[in-house]
Design a protein. Structure first.
Length: 328
């Protein structure tokens, strides 16, 4: 369970071994058992006693901006030994194994995009023709990535970014075809979003960034040491690498919400500069839908777990892989 405080004026306090949420409508006492994280947006408050209760029970506390991105985090000192694995991370970034790892990440991202595109078929013959054509175009890029050679990631990074960007443009143009006409967009727009669909995608990715960063920290991995993304100062660049494996989860949830007429003009607002932002209702709908999706059990490589657990297990396996390079 996640406690999400994104309403202005709401506060989180402590009552013995439980949290208390205070709003203008009253109080709600929530036992600490079962709470995995606490997310706090601008305008909400948390007391130091509540923070201490979270730390004592290894519950992460995240402070989120309006786009859903984590801007600060408090976590338990009991999490994995980051100092040990950091040495392995630094050594790993300059190995050929890192080349194979990032190529696998991008190939799996493209495979995920192809799988979602297949779900778009059946609308009409013209859409099916475009979907089939673009799936084949993505397959060409996937094969190019698989065949690309380089001793270290820096040798192939510009090419990988170019091919990844091209395949993503093809993917989103295809996804756009299947959306209701009022939600179609001309291009992916980030900070700020230029339409409703991108506002939902941006916020969903922000929530997923937070979950991945938390899973990396708990596994003892430093999220600030990246592989492909290594140029952003003071940014959790490894999160930007790992999220490529899981972006499609947000894409599917957003596509489902937009396609099922679950969105109206009360869940978002448009500023004077033309940018689109989710309001409280929109954020609640998206967060709940995404959390429900992450809680669903799926089978990956013979293991049946919730999507959230699969994500955590992947980060743990990555930590073990990095640790092998500690003494290199």
């Amino acid at each position: 369970m996640e406690l999400i405080l994104n309403t202005y004026g709401v506060s989180l306090n402590r009552d013995n071994e439980a949290f208390v949420i205070k709003t203008t409508e009253g109080k709600q006492r929530i036992p600490v058992d079962g709470i995995k994280s606490i997310q706090i947006s601008k305008g909400a408050q948390i007391t130091s006693d509540a923070v201490m209760l979270a730390v004592e029970n290894e519950i992460e506390v995240m402070f989120m901006d309006r786009s859903g991105n984590p801007v600060g985090r408090i976590w338990s000192p009991k999490y994995g030994s980051i100092s040990t694995i950091r040495k392995g991370q630094l050594n790993f970034t300059f190995t050929h194994d890192a080349v194979n790892w990032i190529k696998d990440v991008i190939c799996r991202k493209i495979e995920n995009q192809q799988a979602l595109m297949l779900l778009l078929k059946g609308k009409d013959d013209e859409t099916d023709r475009v979907v089939d054509k673009n799936i084949n175009r993505l397959e060409d890029y996937r094969n190019k990535v698989k065949a690309l050679e380089g001793d270290v990631v820096n040798d192939i990074a510009p090419i990988l970014r170019g091919w990844e960007g091209q395949s993503s443009r093809i993917y989103f143009s295809t996804l756009n075809l299947a959306l209701p006409e009022e939600f179609r967009f001309t291009e992916r727009s980030q900070r700020p979003a230029k339409d409703v669909a991108n506002a939902f995608l941006n916020y969903g990715y922000g929530v997923l960034y937070g979950k991945i960063e938390g899973a990396l920290i708990k596994a003892g991995i430093d999220p600030y040491i990246g592989i492909l993304h290594r140029d952003d100062y003071n940014r959790p660049v490894l999160v930007y690498d790992v999220i490529e494996l899981y972006r499609v989860w947000v894409d599917y949830v957003v596509y489902s919400l937009l396609s099922q007429n679950a969105i109206n003009d009360e869940v978002y607002s448009v500023r004077e500069d033309g940018s689109y932002w989710l309001e409280n209702m929109g954020r609640r709908i998206l967060i709940q839908s995404l959390n429900d999706y992450l809680d669903e059990k799926i089978t990956i490589r013979g293991e049946t777990r919730s999507r959230q657990t699969h994500l955590s297990l992947y980060c743990q396996s990555l930590a073990q892989r990095l640790k092998r390079y500690e003494s290199c």
